[in-house]
Design a protein around this ligand. Structure first.
Ligand SMILES: N[C@@H](CCC(=O)N[C@@H](CS)C(=O)NCC(=O)O)C(=O)O
Length: 332
């Protein structure tokens, strides 16, 4: 087994050498990770006794990640005394996500697509988990997504996506270095917040979430109004941003496409195909899905694409009591 296909995990006084379930270590690991304790780094530049051959000495870092680790009996156990410890365990990113949320899906897909190792910290909003004291310590805004990188905590999906592109030096098409192309991505990310994002959220809330809390459907007029608003925004997405290009910024996918696609999937959770009758956007959607990878795309959208399951969720009575007055106010 090549070292580059392994993970290290501390287990008691030993280190376990684990097959890396992702197959290969992404290239950024070698240059980006700094040792948490400098003495580890200095201790040795040779492979520990019993370590399979391969890999190079300096700057090599391996990650120990609970959920990614296959069962212990599949792997060789290598005992490494602390004096021989030259491999450095990187701090694993933590992402607080609820995949029902479109900005969370953007962050999730981006991290997975770019082989960025992370620990998923699920926060189920429909169970009120974003209101817990524990989550409040992470984010007083009580919103997801949240990134925790050591003691650095970052909110806002677009800030998180940009942080990940820089930290992991992801392929440049996501956020092109060319000043004008980059400005186009920035333009889309800024524009979408008050237009597409606001509109797509409203549909799911009106058709699914609010009825779960208030116990009745919202008026068809409210829904019609929200659909009209969203349709105007989608028309602008097509006319101003997509035009006749394969992707929103040009010939290649960028953060703009990722942020856009997860939004446009949101109303599907409410059973509304807002791209119906829009062949250009439908073709674009297929291209984006294909580029991101169909399996990853479906994995991220699994829950939101199941409106029947969403509608049958039972909300905890205390959470219902807390949210109902706020939601009824929204409906006025
Ligand atoms: N602009 C923020 C939006 C954050 C946000 O509104 N998250 C929603 C889920 S999509 C949330 O956590 N809502 C919980 C609440 O408002 O109580 C971003 O893009 O990250």
């Amino acid at each position: 087994m090549h070292v580059a296909q392994c993970l290290w995990q501390q287990k008691g006084p030993h280190w376990l050498l684990l097959p890396h379930p992702l197959g290969s270590i992404p290239p950024w690991i070698r240059r980006d990770v700094k040792p948490p304790n400098p003495s580890h780094h200095e201790s040795s530049h040779s492979l520990p006794k019993g370590c399979p051959p391969g890999g190079s000495g300096k700057g090599l870092a391996w990650l120990a990640m609970g959920p990614l680790v296959p069962s212990a009996n599949q792997m060789p156990e290598v005992s490494v005394g602390s004096t021989h410890l030259w491999l450095v365990l990187a701090m694993v990113l933590e992402l607080y996500l609820d995949l029902l949320s479109q900005p969370c899906r953007a962050v999730y897909i981006f991290a997975k697509k770019n082989n960025i190792p992370f620990m998923m910290k699920p926060v189920e909003m429909l169970k009120g988990q974003h209101f817990t004291e524990e989550f409040n310590k992470v984010n007083i805004l009580r919103k997801v997504p949240v990134l925790k990188d050591g003691d650095f905590i970052l909110e806002e999906s677009t800030a998180i996506l940009l942080y990940l592109t820089r930290k992991y030096n992801t392929p440049s098409y996501w956020y092109p270095p060319d000043m004008k192309k980059r400005a186009r991505v920035d333009e889309y990310l800024a524009w979408q917040i008050s237009t597409i994002r606001a509109g797509t959220s409203k549909i799911l809330w009106l058709k699914v979430v609010i009825p779960l809390f208030v116990g009745h459907q919202v008026s068809p007029e409210k829904l019609y109004e929200a659909m009209e608003e969203l349709n105007l925004a989608i028309q602008k997405l097509e006319d101003k941003f997509l035009q006749d290009k394969p992707f929103l910024i040009g010939p290649e996918i960028s953060l703009a496409d990722l942020v856009a696609i997860v939004e446009l999937m949101q109303p599907l959770g409410a059973g509304c195909d807002i791209l119906e009758g829009r062949p250009k956007l439908q073709e674009w959607r297929k291209r984006v899905e294909l580029t991101l990878g169909k399996d990853l795309f479906m994995e991220a959208h699994n829950r939101i694409l199941n409106p029947q399951e969403l509608k049958s969720i039972i909300i905890d009575p205390p959470l219902k009591a807390q949210m109902k007055p706020l939601l009824l106010k929204m409906l006025k």
